[in-house]
Design a protein around this ligand. Structure first.
Ligand SMILES: Nc1ncnc2c1ncn2[C@@H]1O[C@H](COP(=O)(O)OP(=O)(O)O)[C@@H](O)[C@H]1O
Ligand SMILES: [Mg+2]
Length: 475
């Protein structure tokens, strides 16, 4: 059995007090009993809604090898004779283990932050680097104060590459996480209005993202977006953080990882780029200019880490859009098919623009139409109304035939969209289910996008129920 950690290592690293009969070690780390694997350690983390201590017995039944619990809560397990590691603070213990994982590792490490594209870029890095060595990457969007230490503590000693997503809602959040990860390469994908509620300006968001530089290893490389409006500001912040190696990606002149040309196809893109002077041509198996942009950062990072550029580039053909982030379904409808693009996971002005452009580039069949189903972009603070109204233009230029809107904030857009475009505006996504399903026909391409909190994921599920998927559409 392959152990991730021995119990002895955990005791040492976490200053833990062992209780009960401990196993020799654990095969993994979990904080969630719904996904825990046999032989893993269960860390009883306290979240916003739940306290992991209430799930310890469930974790043990699910096959956990041991649980890490807080001294304060020990009475809950007094008579159960469970294998426990008792600590003063469970999250602190996880951080300590994460620190040891980083310390013992020989892996080349990349950290990814940004307002959009963190997970897409992280998954693209996983795919690219896997062609060159053993990769460990964060799961899902585990990018916050527990997600980062969890991802790091899960890194096996044998990993040759480590890829970590780092996110934030507030200034000051990224610094300690970046210092934990200590990346050799730090990428900032893009800076855009997202979680603007907690910030005065987009410049302030850039400053918060730039905190990632604080964690760079000595001699490490920062990679920033040459086409971003905050490129110059980020460059200054990198200099202030004493970053020695600053590189950029993008289409503009001067970018180190530079786009030469991109052919944008419905199911992906064909790209020619120059990566630190090396010409490379590759396919990306996910459509949209945003994936093209992300791929430049990915290949730039891979080359910086010393990976084989040609192998990494080749692997990008296997990248697919993820669930809720552009995943495509072919719906069976009227004896024919329609395409559903599921973008229900997230929305802010940058990703809306990217998704509308993908919809524009997706061909319809026969009498089919391009249909956009859009919900509120949340956490945009005072600029919210303006940013919702600003969607009018990209919608009009994208060759979209019908627009369904839901949510209070989308009311702003509903008021100014041309009536011939607007199929309807409802208070909630649920109310769009019937009219949308009734209006679909063969040949249509439907794109559903909103912030997660707007509950458009349920709308996607209901469409999939009404019109069972024939299979995943290519791309
Ligand atoms: N560089 C980019 N610019 C604009 N939108 C992007 C970019 N990369 C990804 N997206 C889109 O943004 C949304 C969120 O992507 P994701 O990779 O999950 O970002 P994050 O992890 O930063 O939340 C998806 O709809 C995705 O297709
Ligand atoms: Mg993410």
């Amino acid at each position: 059995m392959n152990l991730l950690w021995t119990s002895e290592e955990m005791v040492q690293a976490m200053h833990a007090r062992p209780v009960g009969r401990l196993p020799q070690g654990v095969t993994g780390i979990s904080i969630d009993t719904r996904t825990i694997g046999r032989g893993e350690a269960f860390f009883a983390i306290r979240g916003e809604r739940f306290d992991g201590h209430d799930f310890v017995t469930k974790a043990m039944h699910a096959g956990a090898a041991l649980a890490v619990v807080s001294e304060e809560k020990l009475v809950m397990f007094g008579n159960l004779q469970l294998p426990l590691l008792v600590v003063t603070n469970v999250l602190g213990a996880l951080e300590n283990l994460a620190r040891l994982a980083r310390q013992r590792s020989q892996a080349r490490i990349v950290a990814v932050t940004g307002s959009v594209g963190k997970t897409s870029t992280k998954e693209m890095l996983r795919a690219a680097l896997a062609a060159c060595g053993k990769v460990h990457a964060s799961a899902a969007s585990h990018n916050n104060h527990w997600g980062v230490p969890l991802s790091l503590a899960r890194m096996p000693q044998s990993a040759e590459y480590g890829v970590f997503e780092i996110g934030m809602n507030h200034a000051g959040e990224i610094t300690p996480l970046a210092r934990l990860v200590r990346p050799h390469v730090a990428i900032i994908t893009a800076v855009a209005p997202a979680h603007l509620g907690a910030f005065r300006s987009v410049d302030d968001i850039a400053r918060a993202k730039a905190e990632i530089f604080a964690g760079l290893e000595r001699g490490g490389t920062a990679i920033i977006n040459r086409d971003d409006r905050r490129f110059r500001l980020l460059g200054e912040l990198a200099a202030r953080a004493k970053v020695k190696n600053l590189r950029s990606f993008g289409a503009r002149k001067g970018a180190d990882f530079r786009l030469q040309s991109a052919e944008l196809l419905a199911e992906g893109s064909v790209v020619e780029a120059s990566i630190a002077g090396q010409p490379v041509t590759y396919r990306i198996g996910a459509p949209g200019t945003h994936f093209v942009a992300n791929s430049l950062a990915v290949l730039g990072a891979a080359a910086t880490l010393g990976a084989d550029l040609a192998k990494c580039a080749l692997a990008l053909a296997g990248v697919r859009p993820e669930k809720g982030r552009g995943e495509r379904h072919r719906l069976r409808i009227d004896g024919g098919e329609a395409v559903l693009i599921d973008e229900s996971y997230n929305a802010n002005p940058a990703s809306m623009a990217a998704a509308l452009a993908v919809l524009a580039a997706t061909p319809v069949a026969g009498r089919g139409r391009r249909i956009a189903v859009l919900g509120d972009m949340l956490e945009l603070g005072r600029s919210s109304n303006r940013l919702h109204r600003a969607l009018k233009k990209p919608i009009e230029t994208a060759g979209i035939d019908r627009v369904f809107l839901a949510g209070e904030k989308m009311g702003e857009l509903a008021r100014i969209l041309h009536p011939s475009l607007l199929a309807g505006h409802a208070a909630s996504a649920a109310e769009l289910e019937r009219p949308l399903a009734a209006s679909l026909r063969e040949g249509d391409v439907v794109m559903v996008k909103a912030s997660l909190g707007s509950r458009f994921t349920a709308l996607v599920e209901s469409l999939l129920k009404t019109y069972p998927a024939v299979g995943k559409a290519v791309g």
